[in-house]
Write a new protein. Structure first.
Length: 316
């Protein structure tokens, strides 16, 4: 993989305990970017300065997010991080500077539609969408009531018409024309990085628990949208932690020298993998339980505060 340059770490460099910090991994929405600002992508000046200072200190920085690659250029540019990003909950690692994928782990078509069918049996009112490298496929019922369904609002947010396609997933993803490649599955005509399922019939935590029991043996199930019962489904074993580990390995950095920040259930594995991790103060209880420490809230620049203390050598 291509990588951001990492300066040699020597005595006196930023550290947590006795471990020099060589890599900072951070979630985006709800962690360094408030949910109120998620559409505009406007990051606070304090956060921008903290990340730039970390880079200047020789620390590699990588965004690890549920967002698709196309939703990361603006924020990456603002932070001065136009290099590798880990997107779609670990299903895609992409070099923004070179405009090329470094790694991707899509859902097999059979797993995708088997999971979709089983969730629909659980709740017939569920609406679906699917994230691909090029666009978001959405059923009309999934988009209704959101900016995706309003041409004017969508375009004002900078989302191009070419980035979405509307219709039943069975049709837009060409379910019945997938090519068999083995006894175990099918090659997708369109690689799907993440299947999304939304319901109004149950609370988010109850929805994910029911889905885990029903489809957890075949796919990875998580969620990241506070106040919304929205499942995010990836290929089995795909999560932020395994993608971050692969990326860190490419830099010759291990977990001990990595710190991570997050706020939602899709961050849990990453927070557990990193040598030291922080959940922001506004985080979901699952993320708080998984993290080693608690930072200030996203709205109060909690991640920036931790980085400032780290770089000053005064981190408690």
């Amino acid at each position: 993989m291509n990588s951001q340059p990492v300066a040699p770490v020597s005595f006196g460099r930023p550290a947590v305990g006795d471990a020099p910090v060589k890599l900072v991994a951070t979630d985006v929405d709800g962690t360094i970017l408030s949910y109120a600002q998620s559409i505009s992508g406007k990051v606070s000046t304090r956060t921008v300065e903290a990340f730039q200072a970390a880079r200047e200190a020789g620390i590699a920085v990588v965004l690890v997010t549920g967002r698709p690659v196309r939703g990361l250029r603006g924020i990456s540019s603002a932070l001065g991080l136009m290099g590798p990003v880990i997107a779609s909950n670990g299903a895609m690692t992409y070099d923004l500077a070179a405009n090329t994928p470094l790694d991707h782990q899509p859902l097999a078509t059979q797993s995708l539609f088997d999971a979709k069918d089983l969730i629909q049996e659980l709740d017939p009112t569920v609406a679906f969408a699917a994230e691909t490298p090029q666009m978001l496929h959405m059923e009309e019922s999934f988009a209704r009531g959101s900016l995706w369904f309003d041409d004017e609002r969508r375009r004002a947010a900078g989302i191009r018409d070419a980035e979405i396609t509307m219709g039943p997933l069975d049709e837009t993803l060409e379910r019945h024309t997938a090519r068999p490649v083995s006894a175990e599955g099918f090659a997708p005509k369109v690689p799907v990085l993440k299947l999304l399922a939304k319901t109004h019939a149950m609370e988010a935590d109850a929805f994910i628990a029911a889905a885990q029991e029903r489809i957890g043996h075949m796919v990875t199930v998580t969620h990241s949208a506070p106040g919304v019962s929205l499942l995010e489904i990836s290929a089995k074993g795909v999560n932020k932690a395994q993608a971050l580990r692969r990326y860190a390995d490419s830099l010759g950095i291990d977990a001990e020298h990595t710190i991570a920040f997050g706020d939602m259930p899709n961050d849990v594995e990453m927070l557990q993998w990193a040598g030291t991790s922080w959940a922001v103060g506004s985080a979901h209880p699952m993320a708080r339980s998984a993290a080693d420490r608690i930072a200030g809230t996203c709205e109060n620049d909690g991640v920036a505060e931790v980085l400032e203390l780290l770089l000053k050598g005064t981190l408690p």
